[in-house]
Design a protein around this ligand. Sequence first.
Ligand code: AMP
Ligand code: GLY
Length: 427
Amino acid sequence: MKLLVIGSGGREHALAWALLKSPKASHVYVAPGNGGTAIMDRVTNVPITDPSALLAFAQETGIELTVVGPEAPLAAGVVDLFQAAGLKIFGPTQRAAQLESSKDYAKAFMQRHGIPTAAYQTFTDPAAAHEYLDSQGAPIVIKADGLAAGKGVVVATTLEQAHDAVDSMLGDGSLGAAGARVVIEACLTGEEASFIVMADGQHIVPLASSQDHKRLADGDTGPNTGGMGAYSPAPVVSPVIHDRIMAEVIEPTINAMREEGIPFTGFLYAGVMIGPGDDATRSIGVLEFNCRMGDPETQPILMRLKSDLLTLIEAAVATKLDTQTLDWDPATALCVVMASHGYPAKARVGDTITGHLDSNDQVVVFHAGTLLNSDGQLISNGGRVLGVTAIAGDVAQARTLAYDAVTKIDFDGAQYRTDIAWRALNK
Ligand code: AMP
Ligand code: GLY
């Protein structure tokens, strides 16, 4: 089968890598892809991002199945477009993708259906938002309603920060339309986990649990990023917590979307905050829904997946996920993100990447913001540059392997955390 993966990050490199393991996959096109997918066997990058141009490419090339990586094309309706043309594509429709593309939609949906999440209110009027902040006090969380590439959330520890966040989102329009409405919600405490499932509108298959590291620097300090590292499984997601997230969050969400006439097909990612206490009674709250896999969570998750990803996605597109069970490597996989100088505020591009980037059975260097220039040289081309991912018997071994590989790679200004999986190691 000829496949198309839409996107250019580490997640998409990992999707292409995992899909190609299927005996049914003959070739994977990645649009637009990166320097890592550029050098893979049986992979071709295609420099297209516009949804109509992607459709035309898929039709001309005889693409049999398309998998969408990031949220932007989903929110732009690429799935609707492909489906209308009779092409198979895995991802939610534009309406279903609102679970991610509008925080207000997601919050109202959760409230309507009793899905646990922080109390909130939505504002377009700055004065009303400021008044609400004063009535609630800090800490408090301010979120731009629309997609803001990880820049739309401020967890304010003081009221001053909270008022500033409202001013910058509603006031100066720095986030454009995404910031024209804000959600203000209560601050939850506990341990975060990423809980990702595949859904076909009716049936659900949960993927392995994982945990991301959103802050730039060690000890979870510094600014929020897209994710500086991840690992799977996440010990906080015990079997009891797994069952509770399925019963309290995922099943009600998929069922309610279907009942509302907006069946959700695709990867659904719930970012959950798990409060302190006993597993049977500790609180679970949804921080966010994403309508796609996580990046960098995908990299360790797919390194552990022993089942055929292509078969799974084909089953999902045929509304037959109930016929599938997943087989996981019990080992731990861990991804360390190497980011560029200045990330996340102002990522520098154009640094030459050298060193040992080859993969083996235990270590895979997934590319994100890289490109192969006309001289065949690998150059940094974005904020998150590489996701160095290792798999081993336990989290300590996986971490050692991943960091050994990181030290063999070099580019000017590289930033990475040295404490990925610290929570799991402390347990
Ligand atoms: P989001 O894009 O909504 O996941 O927010 C990004 C990050 O902000 C999350 O991963 C959390 O670390 C943090 N966050 C979001 N909402 C809350 C909340 N209600 N309470 C505490 N932290 C939050
Ligand atoms: N790593 C967080 C995300 O993909 O949204």
